[in-house]
Structure formats: structure tokens, C-alpha cells
Design a protein around this ligand. Sequence first.
Ligand code: 5GP
Ligand code: ZN
Length: 138
Amino acid sequence: MSDCIFCSIVARDIPSSTIYEDENILAFLDITQVTKGHTLVITKQHFRNLLEMDQAASATLFAKIPVIAKHLKDTLGATGVNLISNMEAAAGQTVFHTHIHLLPRFDEQDGLHIAFETKEPDFSALAQLADQLRLEKL
Ligand code: 5GP
Ligand code: ZN
């Protein structure tokens, strides 16, 4: 897709620090390196984000994620890894081509701060919401 920076990376029109490539995906270092080894795993085919992908296309992408995450963790001596995929601007997506962030973790001062605002559980609201959201078949 023209005007897509990640399609340009796939086409080698702009350079990237690639660490893995096969016929379907590319993994390269994020220029901002929020934590050391911060990697983006992308599909070679252009999709806006995961919300636009069918099960087969996303399965091909996700099949390789644990292997790449483990490789980053082991090679860099990290103690954990976060996986993030922002879908749409409201969720923080800035590049509209499917990508998975893999962020090796080292300690609390490693540059990544994720804060879940927790609430007291309301079990009747949970049951109602589960009724609303239940999926019968995928
Ligand atoms: P998003 O905010 O869409 O989840 O993440 C987009 C990511 O792409 C950002 O973390 C940003 O640093 C990264 N990024 C944007 N442009 C480039 C680029 O030209 N090369 C690389 N390697 N990363 C990029
Ligand atoms: Zn693209």
C-alpha cells in the first residue's frame, strides 16, 4: 500500500534493523526502543490492524510470536516480555499496518509503564456483561 511506512519497510524502500523474515512476516527493531530489544512483528501483507484480519492471516502471524519473544528474552537476558498491539487511534495506534510490539522487560525502571486501574469486582455486573458478550461459535 502506498503511503504506508511499514509497507515501505517490507519493500526495502526504507531501511530497518530486521531480525527475522519469512514469506509472511517481518520482525525488526522499533526505532524508539522503549525497552532494549523492542521489536515490531508485522505481516508482509497490508492490513490496517488485527481487527481487519481473518483467523488464517492472524494465525500465521501469531504462530511465530512466542518463538521470537523467547528469543529476545533469552538473548538479551530479560526477565519478561510484554506483547502489545494497538488497534485504532483511540488505543494508541499511530502506524496503520498490523504490528505486534514485543517489549523485553528488565526491571521497573526499564522505560515501560503499564497501569491497570482496577475496580472492586461487581459480580452481577460481570454476569450481565458476560451474557452480552458471550460468543457461541467462532
Ligand atoms: P503504534 O503506536 O502504531 O502502536 O506503533 C508504531 C511504532 O512504529 C512506534 O513504536 C514507532 O516508534 C514505530 N515506528 C514508526 N516509524 C518507524 C520506522 O520508520 N522504523 C521503525 N523501525 N519503527 C518505526
Ligand atoms: Zn502497510
